[in-house]
Design a protein around this ligand. Structure first.
Ligand code: PEP
Length: 233
């Protein structure tokens, strides 16, 4: 049985009380070694969430990072600060960072280069395969671990809209990216799908060829829906 990944991106959707309460509930979800379950809370509460989930198998990751090291960057967060809290993985290039924070492909690629050369793992999000910097990845991914880099296909029009891509479309994009990864000998990199995943569509998506998991926004902030997705495997 192949390993599947479910990553919950809580965005800025929950206040402190609801974030902590969701994390406490998540401790009770049972799942086996074939599932890698991770949550990405807002960085403001990340320490508290890590503390709540410390005895569980759920990994806590960041939604974004700005720089590698400390510096004069008002409002920013860096990898070295996250490391102090025990965080070792982050999402990068989410479509909301691109559209609402105006992060360009160039900025995101620079951050990708930084993180591939660090001891952090990264979930790189893309909207169309042309965006993926395969050459940069090939030249900077020196780590043999399969989870150093995860790629997530997130069609912008499907994020938070309730509109999910068709299974045929997901399979077509994932198969294309998988074959591009094969060309650079990196076919083991997991490719996740994200875009209005919920307990009703998750089983079919997770059973699609070349889909190694799901990146879930809205549904991951509701305990019954997150549990439903985990149980749909
Ligand atoms: C996301 O934020 O990455 C996402 C896929 O959101 P949603 O599941 O709400 O569409």
């Amino acid at each position: 049985m192949k390993k599947l990944h479910i990553i919950g991106n809580w965005k800025m959707s929950l206040n402190r009380k609801d974030s902590l309460s969701l994390a406490k509930n998540i401790c009770s979800i049972n799942f086996n070694d074939h599932l890698n379950l991770e949550v990405a809370p807002t960085s403001l509460y990340i320490s508290e969430i890590i503390n709540i989930l410390k005895d569980s198998n759920v990994n806590v990751i960041s939604q974004n990072f700005d720089f590698e090291s400390l510096g004069s960057f008002t409002g920013g967060i860096c990898l070295d600060q996250m490391k102090e809290l025990g965080v070792n993985k982050t999402i990068l290039g989410h479509s909301e960072r691109r559209s609402k924070f105006n992060e360009s492909d160039e900025q995101i690629n620079n951050k990708l280069k930084t993180i591939l050369n660090s001891d952090f793992d990264v979930v790189y999000c893309f909207d169309s395969p042309e965006q993926i910097p395969f050459e940069l990845i090939k030249n900077n991914l020196n780590d043999n671990s399969d989870l150093k880099l995860t790629i997530a296909y997130e069609p912008t029009w499907a994020i938070g809209t309730g509109k999910t891509a068709s299974i045929e479309h997901i399979e077509e994009i994932h198969t294309k990216v998988k074959s591009n990864l094969k060309e650079i000998m990196l076919e083991n990199i997991p490719i996740l799908y994200g875009g209005s995943v919920n307990p009703t569509n998750s089983n079919e998506i997770l059973n699609t060829n070349n889909v190694d998991g799901v990146l879930v926004g809205g549904a991951s902030t509701k305990f019954d829906q997150l549990t439903g997705i985990v149980n749909s495997i």
